[in-house]
Design a protein around this ligand. Sequence first.
Ligand code: NAD
Length: 315
Amino acid sequence: MSKLNNNELKVGVIGLGYVGLPLALHLDRFFCTVGYDINDEKINQLLLGKSPIDDIKDTEICNSKILFTRELCDIKECNIYIIAVPTPIDNFNRPDLSPLESASETVGKVLLPGDVVIYESTVYPGVTEEICIPILEKTSKMKLNDDFGVGYSPERVNPGDAEHPIDKIDKIISSSSKKYLDIIRCVYSSFLDSKIYCAPTIKIAEAAKILENTQRDVNIALVNEFSIICHELQIDIKEVLSAAKTKWNFLDFQPGFVGGHCIGVDPYYMIHKSQQIGISPEVMLVSRKTNNNYPNYIGNKIVKKILELGLDIKK
Ligand SMILES: NC(=O)c1ccc[n+]([C@@H]2O[C@H](COP(=O)([O-])OP(=O)(O)OC[C@H]3O[C@@H](n4cnc5c(N)ncnc54)[C@H](O)[C@@H]3O)[C@@H](O)[C@H]2O)c1
C-alpha cells in the first residue's frame, strides 16, 4: 500500500549543505520536513539553532520546524526524498560518486511503495539511471516506476548571490515516469516563485546542468587566455573588453580565477563520461587546463613584480 498522500507529503532532504539546507528551509514552509546528514557536528550545530552557512541566519534555523537528524529511523516516514550530497572529484580528476552511492543506499533502506526520490546533485548524464536507480532497486527490493519513482532536478543556486535566491531561479525537473513528474512538480511549485521546466528525460536534465557550468568554464578560459596574450603584448585587457562589450551579442566574461565549488569540478564529470565512450573532449580539457594554470601565471607575474620592486629598492 502506498503511503503517499498528496495532502500529506513528508519530505526528507539528504545532505544539508549549500544546496540541501536552504532547500529544506523552503520546503519546511509547506511540508513536514526532515533534514538528514551524516555529519554529526553539523547536525548538533543545527539542533542548537546554529547555521553552518553564512547566507543562512541562526534565526531561520531556530524558527524552522525541520527535524534535523542523522538517524535513519527519522526519515522512514518520508514519502519524498531529495538527495543533495556532494559530487566531488578525486586526485585524478575522476568523479567520486561514493557520497551519492551511499545516500542512495540510505534511502533504499527506508523506501516504500509510492515514494519518490529526487536527485539534485550535479552528475554526468547516466548517473541517476545507471548508478543510483540500481542501488535503490537493490536495497529496497522494489522496481522503478512499478513501486517507486525517481526524479532529477539540478540546483543552480550560487551561494552568496542575493540577487538569485533559490526560490527565484527557474528550475529544471525530470522524472522516470509521467505519473511521478506531477508529484515532483507539486513539491517544487510549492515554494518556487519562478518557472518550472520539464526536461523530457533525466539524462537531458543531467546534461543541461553540466553544460551550464561548462559553458562558464570555457568562456572564462577564453578571456583568461586573451588576457595573458594581451598582457604580453602590453595591451590593456580591461579596455579590450570594454570595447568588445559594445557589440550586442558579446558575452561579458571577465578574466580571473574560476570561483565557487562547481565550475572547476563539474566539467570533469562530462569529460569522464565523454572519455568513457571514446570521445576526447578537447574544448573542455583545454579550458580546464587554461583555468587551472591561470593562477600560476598571475602568481608568477606578482613574484616578478615584487622582485623588480625589491631590486629597485636596493638601488
Ligand atoms: N554549492 C553550490 O554552489 C552548488 C550549486 C549547485 C549545485 N551544487 C551541487 O549540489 C550538490 C551538493 O553540493 P553542496 O554544495 O550542497 O555540498 P556540501 O558539501 O555543502 O554539502 C553536502 C552535505 O551532504 C552531506 N553528506 C555527504 N554524504 C552524505 C550521505 N551519504 N548521506 C547524507 N548526507 C551526506 C555532507 O555531510 C554535507 O553536509 C553537489 O552535487 C554540487 O555539485 C552545488
